[in-house]
Design a protein around this ligand. Structure first.
Ligand code: ZN
Length: 443
């Protein structure tokens, strides 16, 4: 050790003791970024998400906001809690605002990642690597950070009640999470008038906003026919009938895809059809019997329809063209979601002045210096569909701009500055939505 370091003058020692840890090289440990990292470090990936640790963490943060009310609900088993926080408004007769996020994440193959997916490593340029960084632990923490800021630093209190909800099981369909909540007595008591749920990152400098999800159907078609020798050509074999159907379906798929390729529709605005399995043939020890035409053939398709589509049209098409009875075909449709709300209206939220929440939301984003891109339909599905089914206006929105879209991908990451800007955007949105007091608009 060099001589001049061996014995520090007393004044220097005192100075070091009174300095904050950050000033002597240790980063601060309780900032919005470290709190986000700590949430990201909780293992919430399927098939074994640790929901209770996530709920305990969020609860302890919620306790630092004095007026927040905290409830943990269980609709199924004790290992699937749902956290519901309430920021009471001064006028409880107004419909409330619900900010939703899900607790769970999809799995991550750590060998394909630059950093461990549940370590929340932050790179020197501020990129935070973690499963859930974009989908959707960011918004879950940003809601709370924004409310904390509004209450503690701005001494703001809402007119309209704001609820913040953390649900389990979104990544596996939401059936033991949001689907249960919206049907519950507890949900009725919330008098929800408007919901913000997760959206997706935007690669441009405009925030993306989603007003609908596409609805998935799983369709399995089956052909039957006389079996026969592989050398004989005859009409109506199972395979021949299946091939005819596949041709017709392929044509339909091409027509839809051409609209996207020509720039006439966004990928989420058309009906997508993708073959997911083909099953036929007579197994042999080395593969399949090659001189036998089988008596059965089956094919499965993943179909996604936007809420603008008429589900009866595709149902008729399946019955008459894709799997017609006269070609010895049968089919099974499993609707994984509906296209209409409980009143029979298309499952989408208006993005014009007919929806009183729309101008308030848009102006709030702009007031925070943000800009909204053209509203979109999400290509996949989220829990938002359960709220839209109840007739509640719901937008998908995650304030991440100039950010690569990495949900469910390897090396999911989010930049610290983007995350911090998102908190400010939510401050503006939550303040506007919770002070918006349009007496003519009641739940
Ligand atoms: Zn998500």
């Amino acid at each position: 050790m060099p001589k001049h370091n061996r014995c520090l003058p007393l004044a220097a020692v005192i100075l070091l003791l009174i300095l904050q840890p950050s000033a002597i090289g240790h980063p601060p440990t309780n900032t919005p970024i470290t709190r986000f990292q700590n949430y990201l470090r909780i293992y919430t990936a399927h098939p074994n998400p640790d929901y209770n640790t996530a709920v305990n963490y969020l609860t302890s943060f919620a306790r630092t906001i004095p007026t927040l009310q905290i409830q943990t609900l269980h609709f199924t088993t004790p290992d699937k809690p749902l956290l519901l926080l309430t920021w009471p408004g001064s006028n409880p007769s107004l419909p409330s605002v619900l900010l939703n996020s899900h607790l769970d994440s999809v799995p991550a193959e750590s060998s394909k990642w630059l950093h461990e997916p549940f370590e929340a490593h932050i790179s020197p340029d501020g990129e935070i690597y973690a499963r859930g960084a974009q989908d959707d632990k960011c918004i879950g923490m940003q809601y709370l950070e924004a409310i904390k800021e509004l209450e503690i630093n701005f001494h703001y209190s809402p007119t309209r009640t704001v609820h913040i909800c953390y649900v389990p099981e979104e990544e596996v369909g939401g059936f033991d999470g949001m689907a249960r909540l919206v049907k519950s007595e507890e949900f009725k008591k919330l008098k929800v008038g408007f919901v913000l749920d997760e959206g997706q990152a935007s690669t441009t400098d405009q925030f993306r906003i989603f007003y609908a999800d596409r609805s998935p159907w799983h369709v399995v078609i089956k052909a039957t026919g006389e079996p026969g020798h592989g050398s004989r050509m005859y009409d109506n074999s199972a395979m021949e009938n299946m091939m005819k159907s596949i041709e017709v379906i392929t044509k339909f798929r091409e027509n839809q895809f051409d609209l996207v390729k020509a720039g006439l529709a966004a990928p989420s605005e058309v009906i997508s059809v993708n073959p997911v399995f083909l099953k036929a043939g007579i197994p042999s020890p080395t593969g399949f019997v090659m001189n036998m035409q089988p008596s059965e053939a089956e094919a499965g398709f993943d179909i996604r329809q936007p809420p603008t589509a008429d589900p009866d049209l595709i149902r008729n098409r399946i019955a008459e063209e894709w799997a017609p009875e006269w070609r010895n075909m049968t089919y099974e449709i499993t609707e994984k979601g509906t296209l209409k709300d409980f009143m029979g209206r298309p499952l989408m939220t208006a993005t014009n002045d007919s929806n009183p929440w729309w101008p308030i939301f848009k102006q709030a984003v702009e007031a925070a210096g943000g800009k909204l891109a053209k509203p979109e339909i999400l290509t996949s599905t989220t829990d938002a569909r359960f709220m839209r089914q109840m007739g509640i206006p719901t937008f998908g929105f995650s304030p991440m701009k100039n950010t690569p879209i990495l949900l469910h991908d390897h090396n999911e990451h989010l930049k610290d500055s983007v995350y911090l800007e998102g908190i400010q955007v939510y401050e503006s949105i939550i303040r506007s939505l919770s002070s918006f007091d349009n007496a003519s608009f009641r739940y």
